[in-house]
Design a protein around this ligand. Structure first.
Ligand code: FEO
Length: 135
């Protein structure tokens, strides 16, 4: 069973590029979660790297659009992004050095972060972007 499933009702921002990015991000997170049962460190590391790559690109994409429209919530939103990236990159470094593991608690943490962030933080930019022609 997938760890997280995208639905428009729960996660839709009304900005198609970001909805697509979120769906891609969910796929990578589900892939990482399903890889954990294998215990294959190489596969887990590749899935972790892939997830973090997509997360970083998505955050940059959102921040570019928020910047473009002069979104008033940009600084706080970016701070939330930066905090997650810092946590993920720290884990990534430790994992590849052999000093940490990726566990079901790790993927649940990211899932819960998304459960909170997208509905409560991301959705707020939808009307602002739509009003500036980003749909
Ligand atoms: Fe979709 Fe602000 O992350």
């Amino acid at each position: 069973m997938a760890l997280i499933t995208w639905t428009r009702e729960q996660f839709g921002t009304n900005v198609s590029v970001h909805d697509q990015e979120h769906q891609s991000l969910f796929e990578r997170l589900n892939n990482l979660d399903s890889t954990l049962v294998s215990g294959d460190r190489g596969a887990i590391g590749a899935a972790l790297d892939s997830l973090i790559d997509v997360v970083a690109k998505h955050f940059a994409s959102e921040e570019a659009n928020m910047q473009k429209i002069g979104y008033p919530g940009l600084a706080a939103h970016k701070a939330a992004h930066d905090k997650l990236v810092e946590t993920c990159v720290d884990l990534q470094k430790k994992f590849h050095e052999g000093g940490a593991e990726v566990t079901p608690e790790t993927t649940a943490f990211v899932r819960d972060w998304l459960y909170n962030h997208i509905p409560n933080i991301d959705k707020a930019y939808g009307p602002h972007m739509n009003g500036k022609g980003i749909v």
